[in-house]
Ligand binder design. Structure first.
Ligand code: LRH
Ligand code: MN
Length: 424
């Protein structure tokens, strides 16, 4: 399904007046609004290739039809999202779910859609049909050196696929851990995992990064060998300057103060990137900003503060990726909502009066500090995000246009109602 530019132009024309009316609020704040709009235009969020179909749980999966049947169709779907919001200019692949048959052809196809390849993800949490050794009891931590070797070789192969596609980062998420007390020697598991990661690290091209993603539980339910930000930071620090931590918002124990974790990892220069989503209980992989929008704002508040303190380029120096799974929503609508929520949180964080906030903090004026944050969080920045999309050639209201054009219906027409995408 190809989105024509006239689709966007007609849509924006029909909404121009309403948009200008909402934007007029900012005419007196041009000095503040313009830099925010420019930063939003530059800010691209990578779409996970494994979240373009309907997800599911062990209790059931309810496919919605028209799902991508190949990597080519996944790239077309991300291309469609990017055409609508001009903020999804990258795709993050998962190997072996998305092994490119012809890397050059895939790279050209992605380029036609204005897409680049963000971090590539290895997978040693499932056994592939032709696999020699099982990952049932882990991969890089495994007691059997042959299993560790197999997992190391897989990660090095994933780097090779990434290099062929122009990616420059490897995300390693390990499901390794234990389900029962006594099952695992934590010290041996740590040492074996570190030694294995060191071999993978040694295979990284000079300009590459390695993201070590931590997770508190699932699929192991007693211990995870990379179970929290502390262990991820330990690995990344011992590995070297190309290794960083990756913060998946759903990978924390209930009530964890994620914005504080982000502030410290960024301060240490060891924050590599994010898997944005939201959750109420576990790794629910729900739409970003759908459960705890204030937390997402507070995380971006620490990001803007910390990135400016280190002179980092907001758009390029950290990995901005979504990691979601869609059980009841249309995958593309869910992703459009997540991108919007992330842009809103970023724009609100850019609004915070940081000089006044520091003055209030130094004076222990707790009330003023909270008022300064909540003033930004309670400001409707949707017109700025829409204006950034309009200027970048996107739709003022991507979700509305997606529905108006009956995109899902057209995809079902093209692909059928029963197609299943690889992924979660
Ligand atoms: C693990 C995780 C990881 C991916 C997987 C699809 O929960 O967040 O980032 O490899 O989801
Ligand atoms: Mn993740």
């Amino acid at each position: 399904m190809q989105l024509e530019t006239h689709h966007i132009a007609d849509h924006n024309q029909s909404r121009a007046e309403a948009h200008q009316r909402k934007l007029s609020y900012w005419t007196n704040e041009v000095a503040k609004a313009e830099p925010i709009i420019q930063k939003l235009i530059d800010f691209q969020i990578a779409i996970p290739s494994w979240a373009l179909g309907t997800g599911g749980t062990r209790f059931g999966r309810f496919p919605g039809g028209g799902e991508p049947r190949s990597l080519e169709e996944k790239i077309a779907d991300v291309g469609l999202l990017h055409a609508l919001n001009q903020a999804s200019g990258a795709i993050s692949l998962h190997i072996p779910w998305d092994i490119p048959s012809d890397a050059q052809a895939i790279q050209q196809l992605a380029a036609q859609h204005g897409l680049r390849f963000d971090a590539v993800n290895s997978n040693t949490f499932q056994d592939q049909p032709d696999q020699a050794a099982s990952y049932k009891f882990g991969s890089l931590q495994h007691t059997d050196p042959a299993v560790r070797r197999q997992a190391i070789e897989h990660n090095i192969e994933v780097i090779r696929h990434g290099v062929a596609l122009g990616s420059d980062a490897l995300t390693v998420w390990l499901s390794d851990g234990s389900c029962f007390p006594g099952q695992l020697n934590f010290r041996k598991a740590f040492d074996r995992t570190l030694e294995s990661l060191e071999e993978i690290y040694a295979a990284l091209p000079d300009n590459w990064k390695m993201f070590v993603e931590y997770k508190a539980f699932e699929p192991n339910f007693y211990s995870m060998t990379v179970g929290d930000w502390g262990s991820s930071l330990l690995y990344a620090s011992k590995l070297g300057p190309k290794a960083f931590t990756l913060v998946d918002l759903g990978h924390h124990l209930p009530n964890a103060n994620i914005e504080q974790i982000v502030a410290i990892l960024l301060h240490e220069g060891k924050l590599g990137g994010f898997h944005f989503n939201d959750s109420k209980y576990g790794d629910d992989d729900l739409t970003a900003g759908s459960i705890k929008p204030y937390q997402l704002f507070l995380i971006f508040n620490e990001l803007v503060d910390g990135m400016d303190a280190r002179g980092l380029d907001h758009a390029r120096d950290l990995g901005w990726m979504i990691d979601a799974s869609h059980n009841v929503k249309d995958p593309l609508e869910d992703l459009l909502q997540s991108v919007e929520a992330i842009q809103l949180a970023y724009a609100q964080a850019l609004l915070v009066d940081r000089v006044a906030l520091e003055e209030a903090r130094e004076a222990n004026d707790v009330v003023r500090a909270q008022e300064l944050l909540q003033d930004a969080f309670r400001t409707d920045v949707r017109p700025l995000v829409a204006e950034a999309r309009r200027r970048a050639g996107g739709a003022l209201q991507p979700l509305a246009l997606f529905r108006q054009l009956n995109v899902r219906g057209q995809l079902i027409g093209e692909r059928g109602a029963k197609t299943v995408a690889t992924g979660l």
